[in-house]
Design a protein around this ligand. Structure first.
Ligand SMILES: [Fe+2]
Length: 307
């Protein structure tokens, strides 16, 4: 059983009890992110420990556990403490889309291998190469994932960092004029399976997964409002002209990507990182394409977004 200790102000709990650990929470940036130590993700966790992790998650949006040696089964079991596992959503749309993130070593519908590795000419996973713009995982779906969990198995010598932006901060930074302009409005999110290109607004929506979500989202647990817009998939703000959209969208993307809202995670092997998609967007930096990178992803199913 783990007891919780924040980095400041709390007495060190007794750690002499067999099996007991001290869970420690250390913030990683002024924007978001905290490292958790004293929890072994391969073990069964008590409800108290799970509740403490959930509280830290609500406080810090992104949680980092280092030096974890977890199997796929252990990752899925840990993730299941936080809700129902989310299947790879592309499989739910059509076979053509399914092919695009079919990976030969993805042996469980709840697991996506984020990788550039090919074996015998076939990708073992998906979304493997290059830079990836800021996005919300499955933000194009009616029920975007609440949470994503990513575990580092192979890493390039440089780059491939994951940047997380705190979208509560983005909302709070909006002027009163912008809050009023977008209150009660929705935005169209489209998935075209591109990684660093704007969605074609003339896209045939019958073939592209898409959904209209409120521009502002209220988090079901914290009650806080966030900006629910990202550069990769948010294609249009409903109720505005094409010209207005071009200006307004860029303005919202830029607010969401301000450096002071971002924690950039530089991966180490055996890092386990989990984040809340409802109040964070994330992006990937470039890395050398000839070097191998492999991370194991799973997610927790979400619910409709409400303002
Ligand atoms: Fe992602």
């Amino acid at each position: 059983m783990a007891t919780v200790m924040k980095t400041t102000g709390m007495k060190t709990p007794d750690s002499t009890t067999p099996g007991s650990q001290t869970m420690k929470i250390t913030p990683l940036s002024a924007a978001c992110g905290a490292e958790i130590t004293g929890v072994d993700l391969t073990q069964d966790l008590t409800p108290e420990t799970v509740a403490a992790i959930r509280q830290a998650w609500n406080d810090h949006i992104v949680l980092v556990f280092r030096g974890q040696k977890i199997t796929q089964e252990q990752q899925l079991r840990f993730a299941s403490y936080f809700g129902n596992l989310g299947k790879r959503k592309n499989a739910l749309f059509n076979p053509e889309l399914q092919k695009r993130n079919h990976g030969t070593q993805q042996n469980d519908p709840n697991v996506l291998l984020v990788s550039n590795i090919k074996e015998n000419g076939e990708p073992i996973g998906a979304f493997g190469e290059g830079e990836m713009w800021f996005h919300i995982d499955s933000g194009y779906a009616q029920n975007p994932y609440n949470y994503t969990f990513l575990y580092a198995l192979e890493l390039p010598s440089t780059g491939g960092n994951t940047q997380f932006s705190n979208m509560y901060m983005a909302y709070d930074a909006l002027s009163q004029e912008l809050k009023e302009r977008y209150a009660g409005r929705k935005a169209l999110h489209i998935h075209e399976y591109k990684r660093s290109e704007k969605v074609e607004i003339g896209t045939d929506l019958s073939k592209a997964p898409h959904y209209f979500h409120p521009i502002f989202s209220t988090h079901a647990e914290t009650g806080r409002k966030s900006l629910f817009v990202d550069r990769l998939m948010t294609a249009r703000l409903e109720g505005f002209t094409k010209e207005e959209n071009e200006v307004y969208l860029e303005e919202l993307y830029e607010i969401g990507e301000r450096p002071e809202f971002i924690y950039e995670h530089k991966w180490q092997l055996d890092d386990f990182v989990m984040w809340d998609n409802r109040c964070a967007i994330h992006a990937r930096t470039w890395f050398p394409p000839e070097e191998r990178r492999l991370l194991r992803r799973c997610a927790i199913e979400g619910a409709p977004i409400h303002e």
